[in-house]
Design a binder for this molecule. Sequence first.
Ligand SMILES: Cc1cc2nc3c(=O)[nH]c(=O)nc-3n(C[C@H](O)[C@H](O)[C@H](O)COP(=O)(O)OP(=O)(O)OC[C@H]3O[C@@H](n4cnc5c(N)ncnc54)[C@H](O)[C@@H]3O)c2cc1C
Length: 471
Amino acid sequence: METTVEERPAAQAGVAPVQEVIAALSAHFGERLAIGRAIREQHANTITWLPNEAPDAVVFVESTEEVQRVVRACAKHHVPVIAFGTGSSLEGQINAPQGGISVDLSRMNRVLSVHPEDLDCVVEPGVTRKQLNEHLRDAGLFFPIDPGADASLGGMASTRASGTNAVRYGTMKDNVVALTVVLANGEVITTARRAKKSSAGYDLTRLLVGAEGTLGIITSLTLRLAGIPEAISGGVCAFPTIRAACDAVILTIQSGLPVARIELLDEVQVRACNAYSKLDLAEQPTLFVEFHGTEASVHEQSERFRDIAAEYGGGGFRWATRPEERTRLWQARHDAYWACLPLKPGAKALATDVCVPLSRLADCVDETKREIEEMGMLAPIVGHVGDGNFHTVTLVDMSDPQDVAKAKDFISRMVKRSLAMGGTATGEHGVGQGKRGYMEAEHGAATLDAMRAIKQALDPQNIMNPGKILP
Ligand SMILES: Cc1cc2nc3c(=O)[nH]c(=O)nc-3n(C[C@H](O)[C@H](O)[C@H](O)COP(=O)(O)OP(=O)(O)OC[C@H]3O[C@@H](n4cnc5c(N)ncnc54)[C@H](O)[C@@H]3O)c2cc1C
């Protein structure tokens, strides 16, 4: 199968197409269309080592109709259109390598309806995960997907995000029921109804979840909710080696223990979190765990976990019994990325994540750890290990070409190792620009061609977030 995605035409002589779009949109959007450098740069990658590639303008939309208006103007002039949630993605997803219009969805932040009896809700894409959980708290419900950042639900769906709760509650792929999407031609589609399951046709919801804004712009999401558990217990447990901690995770999951969260921090990450979040944990490989259920069931789960941990030398258990203590621990876990940065002042972080089948977790983490030491790098390991997913945050002096080359080599080896073990180049951060180069090794040429055919069918002009996912 041979398909090509049309490249953006070079600007014609005279007024550049993007200026025509800006002129066309400014009458309607007024001050909600911004072209100042600072705001444009804020709407491109600012977090990681990837360069900041700013769009030509930022439009703050407030409705599906306004998204249609922007997309239609961009389609008319073959200008890229890049959706923006909160900009917390880590692989350059919001960069505008070919310029274009950034569509900021943060003002589309209404919770449209909550259906407690069906355990679902409908939200606009700019609602953030914390905002939704504030809204749901009184109903005794919560939305479990919790990336470290307070990301938007549209952005989370688009990167197929997960987080610490995914081991129990699944990722965005499991918790998005339906989407409303503005396609590249300006048409609006709805991908599914609110029914819990359906066999009616192609699953466009799953196609759009993880598409990183390359197939359309999400303007509403129907999400699955969970009940706030009656009882929660959790704590931290230190291990003699990182392999022992991973082996304890593998046995915990294989035993069918319904752990709600199980997160690994290596001793370097623990040291960073101690300093950043004012904790006093033993600086050893450590698991953060949490159990959800009734009082009796969480007690039983905690006991079983304690036995499993003991088999691998895990000890020094610290239970966080009070809710504030638990919140403090988990906030420290969520801040792990920021905690790494002061370890090497002035350095940039090459955050990367891979995910392997659970049975290969200990091998993959262990080999990665050994390589970090052998290569003499500073790269704490932290991960949602219950899913076989872990991250390294490699700290790099961007002014030193050798340091940069070494870090890139390390990331490439890590991805190759994951692929060789049956894993993936990214468990949750997505592809963006940073992981595009690994797509062929992961999927093979024929699968990539099938993806290109989908892209070509839905976005023949290649205006939706070009330069992402597909190499
Ligand atoms: C400290 C820190 C910790 C993190 N921890 C995790 C973690 O544990 N798990 C995890 O999965 N990720 C994590 N991330 C990454 C990040 O939070 C996620 O990728 C998140 O899903 C991005 O959401 P956002 O709203 O910031 O999206 P953005 O960064 O604004 O956008 C991400 C992508 O989605 C597209 N997009 C945004 N909104 C829409 C829309 N409405 N329609 C179509 N496309 C859209 C954009 O074009 C872009 O391609 C972390 C990031 C940081 C900084």
